[in-house]
Structures are given as C-alpha cells and as structure tokens.
Write a protein of this length. Structure first.
Length: 326
C-alpha cells in the first residue's frame, strides 16, 4: 500500500477518501508496507485512479517497484537458471502465495509465447487496473533476463475499452491490445535466455530443486493482523476470506502443526504490546481496539499471554526501554 498512498499524496489527492471508497481502514497506513487481500487491491487501485485522474497509475506502480516488490515470487525469479524455468516456478508459487485466486501460465502460439495472467475470483471493479498492474510485474520478470530495454510484441488486457491507452503503451514500450485474456506476447526463443544475475551475492540462495512452500499459517496470521484494524477477526471470517470452510482451515493448520487459536493469541499479544508501548494510550482504549468489552477481560488475557498485567508490562517498558521489551 505504501507506493499507492505515496502516489495519491504526491498528486494532492485525499487518502481518507481513497481508502473510504475502497472500504479499507485508513489505519493500515500506519504500516504502509503490509500486504492486503487480492480482492481489496483492485478496489484500492481503482479508487486511487479516480481520485488523481491517472489511468496509467497501475503501470507506473508496478514498473517502478519491479520484481523486488513481488516478495517470495521475486525470489523464485531471481534464483531461476533461465527465463523459462523462472516462469514455470512462478506458475507454481503464485496460487500458493496469492490465495489461489491468481494464476500465471505460458501458452504457445506458433513461434510466440503468451505469458498470461488471470484472476479466477470475481472482481466487481478494478479488474482491468489489476491486470495492468500485473502486466508491469510480468514485464519486470522478463526484463530481469532480457534487459531493461526489452519490449514484448504486444501486451493484452481484457475489457471493451482501455482508458489512458497511449500513456500505458508509452510506459510499457509496446502496443496494448484488448483480448479475452491478459498477458504478454513474445518470441519462444526468449525462454532459453540465461539469468545474468543468478550468481550475484545479492541473489537469495533458493535453488530450483528446493520445494516451494505454502505457508498457510503465515497467511492466517497476516489476515488476523489486518482484521484487527476493524474488529477482532473470527476463524469463520478468516476461512471465508481464504475461500475455505472452517473445518478445512482447521485441518490444514493442524497438518502444519499449529492452531488458529495459537496464531490469534500470538498476533493479539504482539498488537497489545505495540499499543501498550504508547504511554498516552489508555488501557481501556487498547482493550476496545483489540475487541474486548472491557479492560478486565483484556487484563486477564494479557496476563495469560505474558505472565504480567498490562500495567506491569507498561511499567517494565518504561524501566527497560521499548526495544528490549518488544
């Protein structure tokens, strides 16, 4: 969210209005590098585009961020031996890391390859903006192997019209056409391009033979943390956001060696400590923000988590310093 917020602010737009229209808590800006759910991203980008009147904003964001902004997916790209190997690994890891609703894939079209991006989840608004954002990342992936000056034969987005086509084409350096699927078209010969930076010291050591993990517990923890910006999230709510039943989520967490309650307790304790480190914030207010009906319920829970009451923990912070206590 950080780059989106920065772009809106730089253009003189209202962040409160953008986040309000997207239905996302403005408090998330306190941690601007946090990820948000896929279904929320198109709404936020669409609201930002409307606020500042820049239809090319998604292309600017993804091109400026590059594959470094793809997190674990970018790690897979930078560790692959060839472009073809990188795209194969991205195809595997993308559904795992993006809640199964997003996919990439490579299709052959004669002498060309069509590197496509698709979202299975229904998106009411902002689908095309999401595709343009994704195309910028796809471009960054291919350019990692072929160089920053590389241009595809065509870029494709879905929809009946494309607002700001000239600006987007200038940014991508290629013609953008409308089609049934979003993606990039380029020569099949490029798939054999070697990774020029694979053995650089700065490239993570993830190898092509290493398994790609599906860290569901980390995803659940992240969703719980996001949910705390509105109210304490329930296991049923988290399961719905992941497209799972409650029992399926419980079973998969059990297979991973953890439980929803354990993850929630860890996140709640961490958020409570962060809030308690603010000396001017009343404990009753903190209890309310964490979803407790009163301070006494919060105090009992915090005592169970840490062996200290909130007041004792806050005093300990003042005596020892926040860096040591957090």
């Amino acid at each position: 969210m950080g780059p989106i917020a920065a772009a809106v602010s730089a253009a003189g737009g209202s962040l409160a209005r953008v986040f309000g229209k997207a239905g996302i808590p403005l408090t998330l800006l306190d941690t601007p590098d946090r990820l948000i759910l896929l279904r929320d991203q198109p709404k936020l980008i669409d609201a930002a585009i409307r606020e500042i009147g820049d239809p090319a904003l998604p292309a600017r964001l993804s091109l400026s961020t590059g594959i470094a902004g793809l997190g674990p997916i970018g790690v897979q790209v930078r560790a692959a031996e060839t472009l073809g190997a990188a795209l194969a690994r991205v195809e595997v890891v993308t559904p795992l890391l993006l809640q199964t609703a997003t996919s990439t894939g490579l299709r052959r079209q004669g002498a060309n390859a069509f590197y496509e991006y698709a979202v299975a989840e229904r998106i009411e608004s902002g689908r095309q903006a999401n595709e343009i954002l994704a195309l910028g990342y796809l471009l960054g992936t291919v350019r990692h192997f072929l160089g920053p000056a590389w241009r595809p034969e065509h870029a494709v987005v879905t929809g009946a019209t494309l607002t700001g086509r000239a600006q987007i084409q200038e940014l991508f350096g290629s013609e953008v056409i409308l089609g049934a699927r979003a993606g990039l078209i380029f020569s099949l010969d490029h798939l054999d391009a070697p990774n020029p930076k694979r053995h650089d010291p700065g490239v993570p050591a993830t190898g092509e033979d290493e398994p790609i993990g599906d860290d569901l517990a980390a995803c659940v923890a992240h969703l719980i943390e996001l949910g705390l910006d509105e109210a304490r999230p329930s296991i049923d709510g988290i399961a719905r956001r992941l497209g799972l039943s409650r029992r399926s989520l419980q079973r998969r967490l059990d297979d991973a060696g953890t439980r929803y309650a354990d993850i929630q307790q860890r996140i709640m304790a961490r958020r409570a400590k962060t809030l308690l480190a603010e000396p001017a914030l009343p404990i009753g207010r903190i209890a309310c923000e964490l979803g407790y009906t009163d301070g006494s319920h919060f105090t009992r829970a915090f005592l169970e988590w840490t062996g200290m009451t909130p007041s004792q923990w806050r005093r300990d912070v003042r005596l020892r310093g926040p860096a040591k206590s957090l």
